[in-house]
Design a protein around this ligand. Structure first.
Ligand code: SF4
Length: 474
């Protein structure tokens, strides 16, 4: 068992982490409260830091800090006032974990205060940074978001708003779903491949930008539409206005948004995440059936796929692993060098449910495999007769360069191994993964519309050898 990184959840900490949530608000009330509500709704997309930048009529006021949204903001003492703002929660995949690298970023430019919240990763950030440094631009952080903001600022200052956005979409390569404030104006910008989600909506108080639709629901809003890949929209008092459109790229929505990252109650690019996960479970049951007494999910990540597996197979769905919801994810015990202890604190099997039964244990994905190995042995200890592991997504074998912390080859238990070899590490009676075709069918999109990079090693954007060497030993 390897040691647990500080602050990691023993279950979710074994999953790949999303890098950020972005939100934006422009309306007739203070932006502070709707931004807090939206960020809290999207807290699952990043728990390292939170921040917001609000234009107060004269200048943009920035507040950010380490921790959850409720750690950083306190409505009783904060005095952030203004009707336009952007917000951010972060899990670092590029740059350091320091507050200086946290979002949003703000710059006082020739066209006014530009604030930026960004979800994704810019793959040519180093090259652009070197270029701008030669022009005399100073950078304060290691974050690719600061490079993105500097690029936007120099292009908008040089070419004006429309052409500035267009030129930036030509020079920036990678994943970027952004909320952008320019003084009292608010924009949403999405990269030409549409890798990360971005949606706009409105409620009685104003317009909302969010990474996921559940944040618009939480504000009692209605969805207007997704921001299209390669599109910049302005949210004005008269509705949405497309400012720039970069056409012609292959759409490549991240398949992992559907498998794990996004909340099941969100609808991403027209596809409900819960329904997609249930279909993944159904496809998995069709592809890899097994005789068993019950289907048990690894909570909470495997729940929707397990429901689908149960529906398709007719094997009853049961909760046989209980998750301790009150073990704080950031609490580090002095002796917590042992992952087993951390998982035992978090998960407990129900002996009376499991004992003497043939079990299908379903999770959404496997990256390293440590947690699954331990859960299987725990199920056996509690008397399971057979444990058949079924994974609701295909084998993860390659790094992600677009904002997910799957970087090094030793992270991937499935890389270069047969299912039998992986299973001998996990110790189950059988193991099966959903096929890539099954995944595409469950989501309802094909390889022309999905990024499958971490499953195939083929990416929608060329990754330079230099970057590949820098990021990973892949
Ligand atoms: S490489 Fe994988 S995790 Fe990264 S964007 Fe593509 S599908 Fe998503």
């Amino acid at each position: 068992m390897d040691s647990l990184p500080p602050g990691s959840d023993p279950i979710d900490g074994q999953k790949p982490s999303e890098d950020c949530a972005v939100v934006g608000f422009k309306g007739r009330i203070n932006a502070y409260e709707p931004i807090i509500t939206a960020l809290r709704t999207l807290q699952h997309r990043g728990q390292e830091s939170a921040g917001m930048a609000v234009f107060d009529g004269r200048k943009t006021v920035l507040k950010k800090g380490r921790g959850l949204v409720t750690d950083v903001f306190n409505p009783a003492t904060d005095s952030i006032k203004g009707k336009v703002g952007v917000g951010h929660t972060r899990y670092s995949t590029a740059g350091s974990k320091d507050v200086i690298d946290a979002g949003p970023f703000v710059i006082n430019s020739q066209v006014g205060f530009i604030s930026l919240s960004h979800n994704g990763e810019i793959v040519n950030a180093d090259e652009l940074k070197e270029e701008m440094k030669k022009e005399g631009v100073n950078f304060q952080s290691d974050s690719d978001t600061e490079v993105l903001l500097a690029e936007l600022s120099r292009n908008i200052s040089k070419y004006g708003l429309k052409k500035g956005f267009e030129v930036s979409m030509n020079t920036l390569r990678g994943a970027y779903a952004c909320a952008v404030g320019i003084n009292d104006r608010l924009f949403a910008m999405r990269d030409p491949n549409g890798i990360r989600p971005l949606i706009v909506g409105k409620n009685a108080d104003g317009y909302i930008i969010a990474s996921e639709s559940c944040a618009i629901d939480a504000l009692d809003g209605t969805i207007i539409r997704n921001v299209e890949p390669g599109e910049v929209v302005e949210l004005t008092d008269d509705g949405l206005k497309t400012i720039a459109l970069h056409e012609g790229e292959k759409t490549a929505h991240c398949m992992f948004e559907y498998v794990y990252f996004s909340r099941p109650d969100s609808t991403i690019d027209g596809i409900n995440v819960y329904m997609a996960r249930v279909k993944m479970g159904m496809m998995l049951a069709k592809e890899s059936p097994v005789e068993a007494d019950m289907v048990i999910p690894v909570p909470d990540s495997g729940r929707s796929q397990a429901i689908g597996f149960s529906m398709q197979s007719g094997i009853p769905y049961t909760e046989g692993l209980m998750k301790n919801r009150y073990s704080e994810r950031t609490f580090i015990m002095p002796t917590q060098s042992d992952r087993k202890a951390a998982i035992r604190l978090k998960l407990n099997p129900v002996r009376e449910v499991i004992s003497g039964k043939r079990i299908v244990l379903v999770d959404d994905s496997i990256v390293r495999g440590n947690t699954m190995r331990f859960i299987v042995s725990m199920m056996r200890k509690y008397g399971a007769k057979e444990v058949h592991v079924r994974i609701g997504s295909p084998h993860i074998i390659a790094p992600c360069y677009f904002g997910v912390d799957m970087k090094t080859k030793d992270q991937f238990i499935a890389r270069g191994k047969t299912d039998a070899e992986i299973n001998s590490e996990i110790g189950a009676d059988s193991l099966a993964f959903l096929s890539i075709d099954g995944l595409k069918e469950a989501i309802g999109l094909d390889e022309n519309n999905l990024c499958l990079g971490c499953l195939t090693g083929t990416y929608p954007i060329d990754i330079s050898k230099k970057l590949a060497e820098k990021i990973t030993q892949y």
